[in-house]
Design a protein around this ligand. Sequence first.
Ligand code: GLV
Length: 321
Amino acid sequence: MARIIVTAPQLMADVLAELPGHEVVGGDHAMSREELAEAIGDADALLSSLSDPLDADLLFRATRLKVIGQCAAGFNNIDLAAAHERGIVVTTTPGVLHEATADLAFGLMLMVTRRLGEAERLVRAHTPWHYDHTFMLGAGLQGATLGIVGLGQIGEAMARRGAAFGMDVVYTARHDKDTSAIDATNPRTAPTRRVDLPELLATSDVVSLHCPLTDETRHLIDSAALAAMKPTAYLVNTARGACVDEKALVDALEAGRIAGAGLDVYEAEPTIEPQLYDMDNVVLLPHIGSATRQTRAAMSRLAARNIAKVLAGEPAETPVG
Ligand code: GLV
């Protein structure tokens, strides 16, 4: 019987359903670094969350650990090289969360372009209003260009939604991708095209980030990138906060260098640059990209199944690297 540590609040019924016969502990609170350091020593597996700092120092203590079942698409909290050096299999949960996350990104895009947060705050504040031809005008999406930074599963799902709304889609990626599913969504749009980042920034009406956080993408959207965007363009970030230089974003918004931003993620979560709270052209969500009951259940089950397979000596379903 293996010992599996669940490091953060989890849908335990789903986790346990995939791990019969094992000792599964935790899952009711977010473990502190100290608690994790203590627990990792006699763990055979970790079911981890993106907030766990699984760095080399912590992994050094993991003398029995065979597998990390990260319950997320991203794994920038895990020192992959240190894990692999110790023979630990690292797995994530792709394939089950891209539609929910793209829904959220699309929602953020609608909120910020149509001023939905601002409009709702106005009503809730009992501000007097009446129907008026020129009241609360936003930016329309039809015929606008959606720039997808990183056409992985989530980026592609966002692109399909954009095309279905009559947006033209451009994307950055290392290589050309098969974009037939995007183009099939709405024949009205121009064919989806791969472009380089400078062209994407210069031509997009909405720039939506869907890249992982790596050394290459940290502060990918810095002050120069923000200055390269159209002053009428919006930034949407459901990827990782540190892909954007948040202070530079504040400066760009204050200077009117871009029109607005829809954010689900932040550089130093849950801390947010204070000026952003007061900007009406910014939508702030608390990192809920994949937070539907169905998606989170599927993620829990996949993370647990990966652990069960590795412990049984079988290949993981969705390993990293
Ligand atoms: C969420 O941000 C994830 O990586 O799954």
